[in-house]
Design a protein around this ligand. Sequence first.
Ligand SMILES: Cc1ncc(COP(=O)(O)O)c(C=O)c1O
Length: 353
Amino acid sequence: MSRFLSGLYSELEPYTPGEQPKDKKYIKLNTNESPFSPSPKVLEAISHEVINDLNLYPDPEVTHLRTAIAKHFGVDKQNIFVGNGSDDVIAFSVMAFCGRGGSLACPDISYGFYPVYAKLFGVNLTEVPLRGDFTVNVDDYLPFDCPIIIANPNAPTGLMLSVNEVEKLINQNPDRLIIMDEAYMDFGKASAVELTKKYDNLLVIQTFSKSRSLAGLRVGFAVGNEKIINDLETMRFSFNPYNINSLTIKAAAAAIADANYYDTCIDTVINNRERTKTDLEKLGFRVLNSKSNFIFASHPNYSAKSLYEELKNRGILVRYFSKERIKDFIRITVGSKEQMQAVITNIEDILKG
Ligand SMILES: Cc1ncc(COP(=O)(O)O)c(C=O)c1O
């Protein structure tokens, strides 16, 4: 830390992204990326014309992309906010709806960026314990007089609330903003986006990083009531109105329009997930009922940390969290059929000793 850093930030604990080691080529199943390339339409969209225009600033209204996302969900452009990854959208949301000195509630085991943003923006965070079976119970979110953010499906458990449960949460909290982080929802197929048409206290956040194979492009978005979206736009225009570049606008719009391509990718991931779950269960693992593109599993006789290390030695990268309640689990991103077969074969071998 330099002697110039503001005292406000001296105790920040930055987010730790999944490791990206360069020492050898890994089967990389640690950051929930897609094993598939983006739609061919994405490459077509990044034409010479867009590249020639890079001397100009991008459209700060992000009209082309917002319109494409709105069309996909059957809402208006005014209901869509776009960010540089959904992390950006979450950050703007915490800034806008909690505010310095405000509060936020979220599950105690969830996406690691929520506590980081709370600290960065001076927000008091209440972490609500997951139930013993790692589920979120919406009745546990009654006593808070502040916005609530829930990853659904949750990470790293992969467990999902139904649309009915989300609606109950919204109804129980008519004067609080409910933020549903649906980064993995395309693999769960129970999005609350439709509810944004009915309720003005719901904001749904999704990303192009997982199901749309565009983690490297950095695009996320929120769907919600026009007034909420306008608040987010006020924040964005007060901070960085050019957070979405011209290439991203074209590429992401082409991606969201190619639903056929991505539906096939999503279904393949779901099939691979279910097959891997069954294979792991046959090897004695406890596997949570994931509705995302990752699997959260623990073995009664083999330490999760050792399993993570042993797999890494063998060139397979998965994610291990040392946090007390989940330290017996590893999280494995669902990759291609071949990658998942390699995981199973290696785990089988490791367990044999
Ligand atoms: C629950 C959850 N939300 C949001 C994100 C952020 O995704 P991105 O910023 O790539 O859109 C992630 C990334 O892993 C995540 O797990």
